[in-house]
Design a protein around this ligand. Sequence first.
Ligand SMILES: Cc1cc2nc3c(=O)[nH]c(=O)nc-3n(C[C@H](O)[C@H](O)[C@H](O)COP(=O)(O)OP(=O)(O)OC[C@H]3O[C@@H](n4cnc5c(N)ncnc54)[C@H](O)[C@@H]3O)c2cc1C
Length: 466
Amino acid sequence: MARFNLHIIIIGGGISGIAAAWELRKTGAEVTLLESRPRLGGRLTSHHPAGSPTPFDNGPHLFLSTYTESLKLFRELRIADHFVFPYPGRIHVIRRDGLRGNLGEWPLFAPFNLAAGLVFFNLLSWKARSRILRTTRELISSTLPPDQSAETWLAGRSESEEREIFWQPLIHAALNAPVNAIPASHLGIVFKQGFCRGWRGGRLGYATKPLDELFGDRVKEKLESAGVQVRLKTSAWGGQLTQNNPDRITGVFVGKNEVIPCDEVVVALPPWALAEWASAQFIQHDGLSNSSWLQPPHFLDEWQANPIVTIYLWADERPLLELYTSLPGRSIGWVFDYGRLWNDRRAPVALMLEMQPATDLWDTQIPGIRSWTRSHFPLDSERIFADLFSALPQLSGVRWKMWKIIRERRATPLRPASLWGILAKQTTAVSNLYLAGDWLDPELPPTVEAAVRTGIKVGKLITGKE
Ligand SMILES: Cc1cc2nc3c(=O)[nH]c(=O)nc-3n(C[C@H](O)[C@H](O)[C@H](O)COP(=O)(O)OP(=O)(O)OC[C@H]3O[C@@H](n4cnc5c(N)ncnc54)[C@H](O)[C@@H]3O)c2cc1C
């Protein structure tokens, strides 16, 4: 708290940069938040296409009631009232053969609230249910190997029945990644921290307004009223080091020639944007190679990304669905009804496509998707709509008015197996340069909670509280 006369620059106005700015403004320091896009929020954003009856999110987001740091931040930023965590929670599931069921929560202490729901989950055989209970007990009580994939770990403990109907949808929703792309240890942590903490454990929750209204407009207003200088449409592209002080950044480059002087810098970017920023970073200094400032070095180079594809459909009139429905074993993983989420009948139905097994590069596409966006309508539309209408026949007679496909090529950072178990530090070899972002939390997979935790942590590192 004593370092009140500093100027701190935060690069990146996603939720990790927002959390860092909020934490650091408490020190009395001068805080500047730089965001390259016209709005704050990063991946927590929405689109406003011309002619569409409502905006739509760049991808449906679910929040867990155990996202404690995020919920605390949302309360402080005065947006918490717009998040709802239905209690007792339930997930509507429609099996491939059309049979429907609810994975419901019971009014018991966690994890018994979910365990009881599972016992009564009639879409799985008794044997499958008891195998899941045994496996979750093992998940909760032991430390899982950081070098084995969740898929391999589950293969020895489960059958295809529960993998399709329980594990894959759950991992898709809670970890934002295909089951072969995460270490088993992450699954264990998510279970312990996400579903077994607190009285009620992890209930699923959602935002009742478009994400950019909350994280763009309201958060910006709140940050500015607290004294943070927010500069939108301002892309940072490097840092200035001087010969006299080679291990400190003295300024950040923005625009064509502007250098913003600073005492501390927080780079709150996903790995691909950090790599881009870093490639220009030490331009006035010969001694440091591009990645020698990162700890561990070369950690950045190997990161990949996981794509998420969502189709939004609007109609003037249509039946309302459940808040969210899991469609295991189909081309669509989840269906979200924004009419229910936002309580607005004009809002769209969102089809979140099933995740493909993880492949190797940031740029790797889900086959066919690029051509989808080029063509007038998805090439695979026949299969997708056949799957949709067989699961939700009440939608088959609807006259759809408009559709949009959002393909987030880099939806979440994906840690390749070569980096499993390796911890990245948020401090760097440059003494006043810190990192934040959803990929840097030592425990959680890339989620909103992970991003917020790293933003808060960087605030504590700078103020010397940690
Ligand atoms: C479709 C989709 C669905 C998801 N679902 C969930 C979910 O259900 N639950 C969940 O917890 N998480 C979910 N996530 C993940 C979650 O959105 C992210 O983990 C989180 O928002 C990441 O925040 P961040 O601040 O780390 O990064 P970002 O949000 O990527 O923020 C980085 C910011 O930096 C800006 N920037 C980039 N380069 C520069 C530069 N040079 N100068 C200035 N600014 C720059 C970018 O414009 C961006 O605003 C989902 C993500 C997507 C895309």
